[in-house]
Design a protein around this ligand. Structure first.
Ligand code: UDP
Length: 495
């Protein structure tokens, strides 16, 4: 292996590039940050990258994201065959996370064959959070291996500390009367725990604890944040309470990695509409790739938007009866525009004709958030959406639904200071129209909103600085590359 650092070849000879194999778990929220990491490794750090993906939705949106990485050709993308889940014996009530974990397990033979079929063995393996079971393939290939957690430091701290909580805490986490302590970090309120911690008897909880235990098998962790965003929590993760015990190797902060704005990303109608609106006057309402709500909540949201008298773009999804994560794997397929409109209350479209725009099922979110007319984001607080909002200087109304979103919402509202939120969790209680009206007006017209907007804009520029050459995230990924070369060298020398 002739890498620039160790090359003994003449200076005329071009050093070989590091070849990275990246594995993404299914779902847009994983696929997007993994592809963006791949692009960044190629464009800024001289890697050759192959991303292995497990298509889950066969949707246009998913195809578009994959396409954005291969035209113009930046990366190789290998689509692994959709795993057969019959052997996994998932019950009809298996959660989204249990299904995801099963897909990742069952895809292992296909992934192993695909790695073996590569023209040359990769020099480094990077798996995302749900791919920790595949870290052993790094050992099989005798290459360094890393875990990419496309989320934030507080989430990571909770995850890594969960095996200890599992031993310490008696009964359900949600029934605790005191917040859950994590060394050096803000404690976690019982109601904010991540979905797998909601029910300790559920299959997904065991999978979650296993996952936490597997992360230290990697040679380091990549996190989609930047130093300034979560300095204290990052310091805690690098403290001896974590380091050497549940963190093996460095925590590299490499974000915010988000999808770039596309020059022609907005369809003509959307662009024309946005261009006509005053600066920072539009509230964007969207709940990620799978988020949706009950029919009753949908009606309250509609009237809340109407009462606020503010402009809005709303990515409308079919309401659901119960499981909030139910539509995660169906995203982008959606249902037809006319059918969707039938879920809105009578008279709503007429009342809001001049101020609102309904987009069925899926919208070009990054392109919308980057438009100067957008001034607020009512969001489910998925980590990609959160970063996209901050990078575009857009303050948020935090409306967490599932996964780690309650934790993110608390982080955004109470620590980072870029969001406000309903008094009670929307996953627990219907948020009524009057409260929604107030939340929207607070962000769009009131003084509190102006202060939050100023804070997001500060973070927007600190994020930009972090990503440019010499910035913390740029240098952190560079450091990861150098560490990686050292490890390769060491592995090569070992008997
Ligand atoms: N997204 C989009 N259009 C939509 C909904 C979502 O482009 O209508 C993108 C969004 O920009 C983000 C990703 O899908 O990059 C969703 O990821 P996130 O982590 O926010 O939430 P998840 O979908 O994983 O819950």
């Amino acid at each position: 292996m002739d890498f620039d650092l160790f090359s003994s070849s003449s200076s005329m000879e071009k050093p070989k590039k590091l070849r990275a194999a990246l594995l993404s778990s299914p779902g847009m929220g994983h696929l997007i940050p993994v592809i963006e990491l791949g692009k960044c490794l190629v464009a800024n750090h001289g890697f050759e990258v192959t991303v292995f993906v497990i298509p889950s939705q066969a949707s246009r949106a998913e195809a578009e994201i994959i396409d954005s990485a291969v035209t113009p050709k930046l990366l190789d993308i290998v689509e692994l065959p959709a795993p057969d889940l019959t052997a996994a014996d998932l019950g009809p009530n298996a959660s989204m996370i249990t299904r995801l974990a099963a897909m990742m397990r069952e895809v292992r033979p296909a992934f192993r064959s695909a790695l073996a079929a590569m023209e040359a063995t990769p020099d480094v393996l990077i798996v995302d959070l749900f791919g920790t079971e595949h870290l052993c393939m790094g050992d099989e290939l005798r290459i360094p291996k890393y875990v990419y957690v496309p989320s934030n430091a507080w989430f990571l701290a909770l995850l890594l500390h969960s095996p200890a909580l599992d031993k310490e805490v008696k009964g359900e986490y949600v029934d605790q009367t005191e917040p859950l302590e994590i060394p050096g970090c803000k404690p976690v309120r019982p109601e904010d725990v991540v979905d797998p911690m909601l029910d300790r008897s559920n299959q997904q909880y065991r999978g979650y604890i296993r996952q936490a235990g597997e992360i230290p098998m990697g040679d380091g962790i990549l996190l989609n944040v930047w130093e300034e965003l979560q300095a204290e929590t990052l310091a805690a993760l690098r403290n001896e309470e974590f380091l050497g015990r549940v963190v093996n190797g460095p925590v590299y902060t490499i974000g915010p990695l988000i999808r770039p704005v596309r020059p022609a990303g907005l369809a003509k109608e959307l662009l024309e509409w946005l261009d006509k609106q005053p600066n920072e006057s539009v509230m964007f309402v969207s709940f990620g790739s799978g988020g949706t709500m009950s029919a009753e909540q949908l009606v309250e949201l509609a009237w809340g938007l109407e009462l606020s008298q503010q402009r809005f773009i709303w990515v409308l999804r079919k309401p659901i009866a119960k499981s909030l994560d139910g539509s995660f794997f169906d995203m982008g397929k959606g249902c037809g525009g006319d059918e969707l409109l039938s879920f809105l209350p009578d008279g709503f479209m007429e009342c809001t004709r001049d101020v609102g725009l309904i987009v069925p099922s899926w919208a070009p979110q990054v392109d919308i958030l980057s438009h100067p007319s957008v001034g607020g984001f009512l969001s489910h607080c998925g980590w990609n959406s959160t970063l996209e909002s901050i990078v575009n200087g857009v303050p948020m109304i935090a409306w967490p639904l599932y996964a780690e979103q309650r934790l993110n919402a608390t982080l955004l509202a109470e620590e980072i200071g870029v969001a406000i939120r309903p008094k009670e969790l929307p996953s627990k209680k219907i948020v009524r129209r009057e409260e929604i009206e107030k939340l929207v007006r607070t962000i769009m017209v009131e003084n509190e909103g102006h202060m939050i907007r100023a804070r997001v804009k500060e973070l927007k520029s600190s994020a930009k600085k972090a990503m440019t050459k010499g910035g913390t995230s740029y240098e952190s990924l560079h450091k990861m590359k150098e560490d990686c070369k050292m490890r390769i060298h060491r592995i090569k020398k070992a008997p």
